[in-house]
Write a protein that binds this ligand. Structure first.
Ligand SMILES: *Cc1c(COP(=O)(O)O)cnc(C)c1O
Length: 422
């Protein structure tokens, strides 16, 4: 039998999780900015990029910023978050979803994840409003480019008079019931960080249909200068505007967004088909209502096919077992062959930074629990009910999803994953 672990030599060029893919136009726009000395936070690239993103997303206004995090920060400000205010946040996400709440002095309360799309669980959100009826803002992310149950989330928020901040940093180009993510919230963010579906090396954008909000973001992001002959300031400002050079790169990427999505989708489908015989499944999505951008392909191992894996705060051990595997074994195996995967984003309620914050699950005793069992990590299966985020983190992993990965490289990665279950 072909044993890939014996016969395969490591990939000469590293196969990345998700890295920038340039096409050529990017350099033309950057060059034009350079040659005309438009090397600041104003210029044609910025204007044109904002127009293109509005057109693609179908939103009224887009403001180009230095990062997705900056967009989220200003969105949280607009949502009216004040020191001490609790804010409901996605739990299984990158911490940039949540940190801006803390920048404003808010207190994130984490909402557990559902198994259908790996995003905020509407049932847990409903429960959270019963526990904290005073909450007026919700930050919801679409993980790995898969739209969450945003209609249900929106319906719950509307009933409770809460504003949605949508974190579409990973999901630009993904849609739900024909509407682009990044347009469901009152204030929304996308990102052009180096690992995202399209990139400017860095950068982000604030999206809204509210012209007043867009104007505020324009003002705040350029140090909140008042209309006066001198530097006049009535409000606190930020240096958050996008550079015209970065905008040139993203502008050149825009015509390739759909092509990137198709390539990501093909990668997802090849993994899905190639891993079919194994006791695993792919990161799920609502095929009837949503069209993900397939930014990252992920898999989750069936409970019964997990070997023992013990994660501490910063390290991990596992015990290989015939017919079984675990994320650590798979990640270590593909890493040996120079392919980069990654664990699922570790849920916020398991992070030392946020361990004292509230965490609301769909099941449970009706009280928001602080997670006393986090330090045991995935040790604690016995007796202690695992929450959904912790469970997906325990059994799931992100697979190499770079669109420059060849079909042959991906097939070998699939073989390596298979060999982990031998
Ligand atoms: C990347 C990312 C962000 C932050 O975007 P930056 O442009 O890197 O600041 C926010 N939320 C999620 C879910 C992300 O993946």
């Amino acid at each position: 039998m072909f044993n890939p672990q014996e016969n395969l030599t490591a990939f000469e060029d590293k196969v990345w999780l998700a890295s920038p893919t340039m096409h050529g136009e990017e350099l033309d726009y950057v060059k034009k900015a350079y040659e005309t000395n438009w090397l600041s936070t104003v210029g044609e690239n910025i204007n044109e990029l904002e127009r293109l993103v509005c057109e693609k997303a179908g939103c009224g206004y887009a403001v180009a910023l230095s990062s997705g995090t900056a967009a989220l920060h200003l969105a949280v400000k607009l949502a009216g978050v004040k020191p001490g205010d609790k804010v409901f946040c996605s739990d299984m996400t990158f911490d940039a979803t949540v940190n801006p709440v803390v920048y404003e002095g808010g207190v994130p309360v984490f909402i557990d994840t559902e198994y259908d799309t790996w995003n905020m669980d509407p049932a847990a959100l409903e429960k959270a409003f019963a526990l904290y009826p005073e909450v007026k803002a919700v930050v919801a992310a679409h993980l790995y480019g898969t739209p969450g149950k945003i209609d249900e989330i929106k319906d719950i928020c509307d009933r409770h008079g809460a504003v949605i901040v949508e974190d579409a940093a990973e999901s630009f180009g993904a849609s739900y019931k024909g509407k682009q993510t990044g347009t469901f919230g009152a204030y929304n963010a996308i990102s052009f960080n180096g690992n995202k579906i399209i990139t400017g090396s860095s950068g982000g954008m604030f999206l809204t249909d509210d012209s007043e909000a867009a104007n505020k973001v324009r003002k705040w992001s350029t140090q909140a200068r008042e209309n006066a002959p001198w530097y006049q300031h009535e409000e606190l400002g930020y240096n958050y505007r996008m550079s015209n050079v970065i905008a040139g790169i993203v502008r050149g990427q825009m015509p390739h967004l759909e092509e990137h999505i198709s390539a990501k989708k093909a990668i997802y489908e090849r993994y899905r088909d190639g891993l079919k015989e194994l006791p695993v499944s792919m990161n799920p999505f609502d095929a009837d209502n949503s069209e993900p951008n397939f930014w990252l392909s992920c898999m989750i191992i069936d409970e019964t096919a997990m070997c023992r894996q013990v994660r501490g705060e910063c390290d991990v051990l596992y015990q290989p077992e015939h017919g079984k595997s675990c994320p650590t074994e798979i990640l270590e195996t593909i890493a040996k062959y120079n392919a980069e995967g990654r664990p699922i984003w570790k849920p916020m309620h398991m992070q030392p930074l946020y361990r004292m914050n509230g965490f609301v699950t769909r099941e449970g005793d009706g009280r928001a629990k602080t997670n006393a069992y986090i330090s045991g990590g995935s040790l604690g299966r016995d007796g202690m009910p695992l929450d959904v985020g912790m469970d997906i983190f325990h059994r799931g992993l992100c697979l190499p999803s770079d669109i420059k990965m060849t079909k042959e490289q991906q097939e070998l990665i699939i073989e390596l994953i298979r060999s982990c279950f031998d």
